[in-house]
Design a binder for this molecule. Structure first.
Ligand SMILES: *[C@@H]1O[C@H](CO)[C@@H](O)[C@H](O)[C@H]1NC(C)=O
Ligand SMILES: *[C@@H]1O[C@H](CO)[C@@H](O)[C@H](O)[C@H]1NC(C)=O
Ligand SMILES: *[C@@H]1O[C@H](CO)[C@@H](O)[C@H](O)[C@H]1NC(C)=O
Ligand SMILES: *[C@@H]1O[C@H](CO)[C@@H](O)[C@H](O)[C@H]1NC(C)=O
Ligand SMILES: *[C@@H]1O[C@H](CO)[C@@H](O)[C@H](O)[C@H]1NC(C)=O
Ligand SMILES: *[C@@H]1O[C@H](CO)[C@@H](O)[C@H](O)[C@H]1NC(C)=O
Ligand SMILES: *[C@@H]1O[C@H](CO)[C@@H](O)[C@H](O)[C@H]1NC(C)=O
Ligand SMILES: *[C@@H]1O[C@H](CO)[C@@H](O)[C@H](O)[C@H]1NC(C)=O
Ligand SMILES: *[C@@H]1O[C@H](CO)[C@@H](O)[C@H](O)[C@H]1NC(C)=O
Ligand SMILES: *[C@@H]1O[C@H](CO)[C@@H](O)[C@H](O)[C@H]1NC(C)=O
Length: 388
C-alpha cells in the first residue's frame, strides 16, 4: 500500500501542542474527576472487568482494551447512583475524554494512566431527570485526542441496583478510512470536532470506526461497513512523499478491491481531495490534488455498468465531489479544516448519504459536536435580548 499518512507519521509523537482558538490559548482546565481510590469515595462498589459483556466498545480497541485512532468510545447502561472507571497503565497521560450521561451535553475531563475517575453521581446534571426514577441510564465515553489512547481496567458501580446493563448495538455500520484531515488534527476537540465524527455520530444509530491506516483495518476484522468512506491522497499529492499519479491510482484501486473483498455489501464513497486554497489574482481558488486520478478510480469500477441515462444499479463506488463545499477561510493555518469546515463537510456528506442510500437522519437532539454554541453578544446586553 503506497498511501502515506500524516496521521500515521504523527502517531508516534504525542499530541501535546497548545491549541489556539483565534490566537488565544484554548482554556483546558477541565474539571478533575479523579478519586484517589474507589474505597475512599464509597465502600460499596460492584466492579466489572473490561471484558464484561455489558460494556459496548465503539470504534477501534485492541484485545488489551486500549483505544486506537480517532474518537473510539465505551458505552453501557447502568442502574446505580455512582459510576467510576479505572484506567490502565497504557493510558496516555492527560488524554482528554468526553463523556455524557444519556442525552446530556458532553462533559470533558483529562484522564491519566492508573487512575480512577468518578463520572456519575446523583448530582450529575440530568441524573435526577431520569424517568422513571431508577430506570437504566447510559454512560458514554469518547477519546477526543486522536493521537492518544486510554486503557479500560474496570468499571465500578454503586448505589441502587449497582449493576451494569447491556444495551443493543446500533444497527447501521460505517467505516471511514482517512488521514489527519479525517482524524480531526488541529480541530478544537480533535476527533470530536472532525467531519468524520460529525458525519457518523451525527447520522445516529451507527457503529463506526475512523481508521487512519487501512492495512490495520483490513486484517484486524473489527471494521464495520455498510458504507465505507475513503478520504486519502492529500499526503500522497505532496512532493515530499514522492508518490506518482499512477501509483496513487493503482493503490486506490487495490484498496477498494481489498475493502470490497472483505465486505462485498459495502457501498464505497470516494471523497475528492480539496487540497487547500490558493490566491489567484485578487481572489481564491480551490486546489484539486489527483483530480483526474480520483475520478478515474471511480470510473474504473463503474465502467461498463452505466445505462444510457448514466445510472448504475450494480455500482458500489461513488464519487463525492467536495468542490464548492469549503472556501478558503474554512482551512486553518495548519492546512486542516477549521471546526466550521468540518461541520460543512459532515453536513454535506450526511445529506449525500441520505439522498443516495435513503438513510434516515436518526440522531435528532442531543449534542454531536461540543463547544459550538456561540453567538453574538451585544455590548452590555444579555444575548437573548432581541431589542438591542
Ligand atoms: C502495565 O501493567 C501490566 C500488568 O500489571 C504490566 O505487565 C505491564 O508491564 C505494565 N506496562 C506498562 C507500560 O507499565
Ligand atoms: C487536558 O487535555 C487538553 C487537550 O488535550 C490539554 O491541552 C490539557 O493540557 C490537558 N490537561 C491536563 C491537566 O492534562
Ligand atoms: C435535580 O437536581 C438539581 C440539583 O441538585 C435540582 O436543582 C433540581 O431541582 C433537581 N430536579 C429534580 C427534577 O429533582
Ligand atoms: C455510597 O453509596 C451509597 C449507596 O448509593 C450511598 O448511600 C452513600 O451515600 C455513598 N457514599 C458516599 C460517600 O457517596
Ligand atoms: C430508587 O432506588 C433507591 C435505592 O435502591 C430506592 O431507595 C428508591 O426508593 C428507588 N426509587 C424508586 C422510585 O423506585
Ligand atoms: C456488538 O458489536 C461488537 C463489536 O463490533 C461485537 O463484538 C458484538 O458481537 C456485537 N453484539 C451483538 C449483540 O451483535
Ligand atoms: C523518489 O522516487 C525516485 C524514483 O523512484 C527515487 O529515485 C528517489 O530516490 C525517491 N526520492 C525519495 C525522497 O524517496
Ligand atoms: C497533485 O495533483 C495535481 C492534480 O492532479 C497534479 O497536477 C500534481 O502534479 C500532483 N502533485 C504531486 C506532487 O503529486
Ligand atoms: C472503460 O471501458 C472501455 C472499454 O472497455 C475502455 O476502453 C476504457 O479505457 C475504460 N475506461 C476506464 C476509465 O477504465
Ligand atoms: C465537481 O463540482 C464542481 C463544482 O460544482 C464542478 O465544476 C465539477 O464539474 C464537479 N466534478 C465532477 C467530477 O462532477
Amino acid at each position: 500500500m503506497r498511501f502515506s499518512g500524516v496521521a500515521a507519521a504523527l502517531w508516534t509523537s504525542l499530541a501535546s501542542a497548545t491549541i489556539l482558538q483565534n490566537g488565544q490559548v484554548r482554556p483546558n482546565d477541565y474539571p478533575d474527576t479523579t478519586i484517589s481510590t474507589i474505597s475512599s469515595y464509597n465502600s460499596s462498589w460492584h466492579t466489572y472487568p473490561p471484558s464484561a459483556p455489558e460494556l459496548s466498545y465503539k470504534g477501534r480497541w485492541d484485545d488489551k482494551f486500549i483505544s486506537w485512532w480517532s474518537a473510539p468510545g465505551l458505552k453501557f447502561g447502568f442502574q446505580a447512583d455512582q459510576v467510576a472507571i479505572s484506567f490502565g497503565n497504557y493510558t496516555s497521560d492527560g488524554v482528554l475524554v468526553a463523556y455524557r450521561l444519556d442525552g446530556q451535553d458532553w462533559m470533558l475531563t483529562n484522564v491519566t494512566s492508573s487512575t480512577t475517575h468518578l463520572f456519575v453521581t446523583p448530582s450529575t446534571t440530568g441524573y435526577n431527570l431520569t424517568t422513571p426514577a431508577n430506570a437504566t441510564q447510559t454512560l458514554e465515553l469518547r477519546v477526543t485526542n486522536w493521537a492518544y489512547g486510554v486503557q479500560i481496567q474496570c468499571v465500578h458501580v454503586s448505589g441502587g441496583a449497582a449493576r451494569l446493563v447491556k444495551i443493543p448495538n446500533y444497527t447501521r455500520t460505517m467505516e471511514l478510512i482517512g488521514d489527519s484531515l479525517s482524524a480531526g488534527q488541529y480541530a478544537t476537540l480533535e476527533g470530536l470536532s472532525s467531519y468524520s465524527w460529525g458525519l457518523m455520530y451525527g447520522l445516529g444509530n451507527v457503529e463506526f470506526s475512523i481508521t487512519a491506516y487501512p492495512g490495520d483495518c483490513l486484517h484486524e476484522g473489527r471494521c464495520y461497513a455498510d458504507i465505507t468512506v475513503i478520504n486519502l491522497g492529500t499526503n500522497d499529492n505532496n512532493t515530499a512523499n514522492n508518490v506518482t499519479a499512477t501509483e496513487y491510482y493503482n493503490s486506490y484501486i487495490q484498496l477498494i478491491n481489498e475493502v470490497h473483498t472483505r465486505w462485498p455489501q459495502s457501498q464505497i464513497i470516494v471523497i475528492s481531495l480539496w487540497s487547500g486554497f490558493g490566491q489567484v489574482g485578487n481572489t481564491w481558488q480551490q486546489g484539486a490534488g489527483f483530480l483526474d486520478e480520483t475520478q478515474n478510480v471511480v470510473k474504473y469500477f463503474n465502467n461498463g455498468s452505466l445505462n444510457q441515462q448514466g445510472e448504475c444499479s450494480s455500482c458500489f463506488v461513488y464519487y463525492f465531489n467536495t468542490t464548492g463545499i469549503l472556501q478558503h477561510n474554512d482551512i486553518g493555518p495548519q492546512y486542516h479544516p477549521t471546526d466550521v469546515g468540518h461541520v460543512k463537510l459532515a453536513s454535506h456528506l450526511m445529506q449525500y448519504i441520505k439522498l443516495t442510500f435513503g438513510w434516515i437522519l436518526e440522531h435528532t437532539g442531543p449534542e454531536v459536536q461540543h463547544d459550538t454554541l456561540y453567538w453574538y453578544v451585544p455590548l452590555a446586553k444579555e444575548n437573548d435580548e432581541e431589542d438591542y
